[in-house]
Design a protein. Structure first.
Length: 460
């Protein structure tokens, strides 16, 4: 018997967590968390909540960047993983056709009946990489178009279609891809007329800033792409599986049928990394054109039994608990409650989004006192006010949120799909209290803002 005891190891060494990261992993992570007061120690989690060692609960409005669509430790997913481990399946033989990948593909494709086949990888960025390769192979063309401000992952191919320079800096040269503005059909057509475009990859709701595609844009883009023999690639890594109130976010617009669809995050149930690229039959047959090319695109851990079991359990829970409709209803409730505050607070400029993917945008106030404080923050670093709001939400109200992107004055809410009216009430009450403090002109919020300004200047 081995002497390994995970429970004992965590008990003996768990308190070293931040020091271990500082020494052996990304050393900037613990530094950043300590700077903004996010260096919490969470002991356990269930559903939409964490608890610390003192038994205090924290509401999770971040869901692991969307991974925890069902919340943490959903019993159906847990049981599926126990079952698949206990079955001792002959997993990843590489030379057989296991049943679980076929069953999960069948269940996924039922939600996208115009698509025919699935490739299973291990992450969202790998799903995007697959789509980029498949589009180039299927069309014989080299270039993929993407939107400014887009985020599709951080591996080299996916980074080539990332609309944020901060992520791209230091990693050139990348693939020869080109950005267009979301909604700019004329720019899209100009690029397509060059005749070298394989496809256009787009988030139906951009994660950075939470910007839904303008009405009619996706369908019009699809028509342009197909006219020029290029493909529409929908990145549903964050928006898929019910997040926006439809199973896929592209389904908000009638007639949109992407040629390739990328999913991941929530499909994992929060346990086993999994990514999937759904596509049309003819595209897959171009890639896997002969038996000699049977492994031309593959993944060592793709289609593993644990990931497939988790995915099947997730899709079953979404159906049984009607979480897609629930996300639509709860998201509308939360968004409407927040939107009602826009006229009340001059620093609050917009509330937008779909389903349980909501952006809260702040902007320049009109009154002189607030405007001077706002200008001070903007001069130091754009995005500091949003960070000022995120911090007291956690510190004073025990609610975890995030700023929606670097240099953005937007908070993004992507909670587990299981939240209900009590969580909406808790968030709106906390947010209202923080905004009251901000508009009071003093208090802890602006004190923290001055601290952030000093740190931003010091780190230049």
């Amino acid at each position: 018997m081995t002497g390994f005891d995970l429970t004992r190891l965590l008990a003996e060494r768990g308190a070293e967590r931040y020091d271990l990261h500082a020494r052996h992993l990304n050393h900037q992570l613990p530094r950043m968390l300590r700077t903004i007061g996010f260096d919490k120690v969470y002991e356990r989690a269930q559903g939409a909540y964490f608890w610390d060692a003192d038994g205090r609960d924290y509401l999770d409005m971040l869901a692991g960047f969307g991974v925890m669509g069902l919340g943490r430790h959903h019993p159906v997913v847990r049981q599926a993983l126990h079952d698949v481990l206990d079955a001792q399946l002959p997993d990843l033989t590489r030379f057989d056709c296991a049943p679980l990948p076929g069953l999960l593909a069948e269940k996924l494709l039922a939600h996208a009946p115009h698509l025919d086949r699935v490739f299973f990888g291990n992450s969202g960025t790998e799903a995007v990489e697959t789509a980029l390769k498949f589009a180039r192979c299927a069309t014989g063309r080299p270039r993929v178009l993407y939107c400014t401000h887009a985020f599709h992952g951080l591996t080299t191919g996916a980074l080539s279609v990332n609309g944020e320079d901060g992520f791209r800096d230091g990693f050139a040269p990348l693939l020869p891809d080109t950005a267009v503005e979301m909604g700019d059909l004329a720019a899209l057509e100009r690029e397509l007329e060059r005749g070298d475009v394989a496809g256009f990859v787009v988030e139906p709701v951009q994660g950075k800033g939470v910007h839904p595609a303008p009405p009619g844009f996706l369908r019009a883009a699809q028509e342009l792409l197909h006219r020029h023999k290029a493909l529409l690639i929908a990145d549903e890594v964050q928006t898929g599986l019910g997040r926006t109130g439809d199973f896929f976010a592209y389904q908000h617009e009638d007639g949109v049928e992407p040629d390739l669809v990328c999913v991941a995050k929530a499909l994992s149930g929060g346990y086993v990394p999994v990514g999937a690229t759904l596509g049309k039959d003819w595209i897959f047959k171009k890639v896997y054109s002969s038996m000699d090319r049977v492994l031309v695109h593959s993944a060592s851990f793709g289609s593993n039994a644990q990931a497939m079991a988790a995915g099947l359990a997730v899709l079953t829970v979404l159906e049984d608990e009607q979480l897609v409709a629930h996300a639509r209803h709860t998201g509308e409730l939360l968004r409407s409650r927040l939107a009602a505050l826009v006229g009340r607070y001059e620093l609050l400029h917009d509330v937008r989004g779909r389903g349980l993917m909501i952006g809260i945008e702040f902007g320049r106030p009109s009154s002189l006192g607030l405007r001077s404080r706002w200008t001070m923050l903007q001069a130091a670093r754009k995005g500091l006010f949003a960070q000022m709001v995120v911090v007291p939400l956690l510190q004073r109200h025990r609610i975890l949120t995030q700023v929606s992107g670097d240099h953005l004055e937007v908070i993004k809410l992507i909670p587990p799909l299981i939240i209900g009216e009590p969580e909406v009430d808790r968030f709106v009450a906390a947010f209202t209290a923080v905004m009251d403090d901000a508009h009071g002109g003093g208090g802890l919020l602006w004190d923290f803002g001055r601290t952030l300004v000093k740190q931003a200047v010091a780190h230049r």
